[in-house]
Design a protein around this ligand. Structure first.
Ligand code: ADP
Ligand code: ASP
Ligand code: MG
Length: 410
């Protein structure tokens, strides 16, 4: 008998029929004798609609109220699933983030879980109940509702699995595992049987939205056994049909490149002709950090006379209005022009094999050059190379690179 946390994403609970399918899967797990905690997302499209309502009223909405609004989608699904389970003769109840309680810090809109009280959940599981928890939500120390950033239900599930000491965390979604790249862009992408936490974390943070990055980070730290699988197939998680995200030494394959990711939700900001004096980078990036804006790629181009510099960086598109406002308020940047380009995409090649092999970068640059795709910014780490290109070329770049590294299904 195992304790399983099963998470179902938006498309898996998109309507009442899909919720009934989910209930059937949970019943099958329970009949095998397993204790199950279910984490659900909002029905697909709901969170986007809720975000949009906030924006319509005020683009600079109060993040605390944004969290109250957008966390509501998950509540509906949790209640509906509990009703569907009860209809099947199962004792089930749903418990909101603040009720069980999922504690977070107070960074509204992208809060981090700081702890979860599990006594009540354990008690209910021991009594033979199925516990349903809405993902994506938590509560600050002062009792306000928070959300964990887009895609945050994955993190709710993994954090719960870690706190409960679960045997496995199953992430049910609309694809049957983790692939060498997004199978919706490259139909002959290859499904991976296993992937290391490190590679999955890079892929996720570089745009493979199949798992939220923070969920992989927690799984790696707490050694949660994680499986990605489809809710649209007949099987259930205990059949182990999906991709296992696991420790590096459990992986036999030694691929040079394990996957390709893309991200279209970043914008490129350039500050033109900033005086090139010591401390100028801090003048720009400190206020952005204080405004909780994450900066990704950074490049600096010094003018030929060495007096001024252009500083380019990328941030989430959603943060552009806040970033522009923040930088406009910095007195040292008065008169500096800010250029914003939202028509960009970041393409990344990831692989642990890069640590010991050369030539990955040159293959990437050559492949993109052959397709006439211009590279605007480059950044690298030990196991990844990222380039920023014009957004319209995203699919062409991903497909060409996927072929160039020989990643397709045989
Ligand atoms: P959910 O609503 O279940 O949380 P998401 O839409 O967040 O699902 O994530 C699943 C999607 O992730 C898939 O539909 C797929 O298009 C995308 N995806 C991107 N990269 C990958 C990858 N490498 N492997 C599998 N899916 C990927
Ligand atoms: N509903 C939230 C979102 O769409 C959280 C999630 O589905 O993981 O971002
Ligand atoms: Mg998701």
């Amino acid at each position: 008998m195992a304790l399983i946390v099963a998470k179902f994403g938006g498309t898996s609970v998109a309507d009442v029929e899909r919720i009934e399918v989910v209930a059937n899967k949970i019943v099958r797990e329970a009949k095998l004798g397993h204790k199950v905690v279910v984490v659900v997302s909002a029905m697909s499209g709901v969170t986007n609609r809720l975000v949009d309502y906030c924006k319509q009223i005020n683009p600079f909405y109060d993040m605390r109220e944004y969290d109250v609004v957008v966390s509501s989608g998950e509540q509906v699904t949790a209640g509906l699933l509990a009703i569907a389970l009860q209809k099947r003769g199962i004792t089930a109840s749903s418990w909101l983030g603040w009720q069980i309680s999922v504690h977070t810090n107070d960074v509204h809109g992208k809060a981090r879980i700081t702890g979860i009280d599990t006594n009540e959940v354990h008690k209910r599981l021991d009594d033979g109940e199925i516990v349903v928890v809405p993902g994506f939500q938590g509560m600050t120390q002062s009792g306000r509702i928070t959300t964990l950033g887009r895609g945050g239900s994955d993190t709710s599930a993994v954090a719960l699995a870690a706190a409960l000491g679960a045997d496995r965390c199953d992430i049910y979604t609309d694809v049957d595992g983790v692939y060498t790249t997004d199978p919706r862009i490259v139909p002959n992408a290859r499904k991976l049987k296993k992937i290391s936490f490190e590679e999955m974390m890079e892929l996720a943070s570089l745009g493979a939205k199949v798992l939220q990055t923070r969920s992989v980070e927690i799984a790696m730290k707490k050694e949660v056994s994680l499986q990605v699988l489809s809710s649209f197939e007949e099987y259930i998680g205990s059949d182990l049909p999906g991709t296992l995200v696991t420790k590096e030494d459990n992986i036999v394959e030694d691929e040079l490149v394990s996957g390709i990711a893309y991200k279209r939700d970043e914008a490129k900001i350039t500050l033109l002709s900033v005086p090139d004096i010591p401390g100028v980078a801090a003048t720009i990036f400190q206020p952005l950090a204080q405004a909780a804006i994450n900066v990704d790629m950074i490049v600096q181009n010094i003018s030929p006379d060495g007096k001024t510099t252009d500083i380019t960086f990328t941030i989430a598109k959603a943060d552009v209005p806040k970033a522009v406002k923040t930088l406009s308020d910095v007195s040292d940047l008065e008169g500096v022009d800010i250029d914003i380009n939202e028509n960009v995409a970041k393409i990344s090649v990831v692989g642990i094999g890069m640590i010991s092999h050369h030539g990955v970068a040159s293959t990437m640059f050559k492949t993109l050059a052959e397709k006439n795709i211009n590279i605007q910014v480059i950044s690298t780490s030990e196991i990844k190379i990222s380039v920023l290109i014009e957004e319209d070329y995203t699919e062409l770049a991903v497909r060409s690179l996927h072929t160039a590294y020989g990643l397709e299904e045989e």
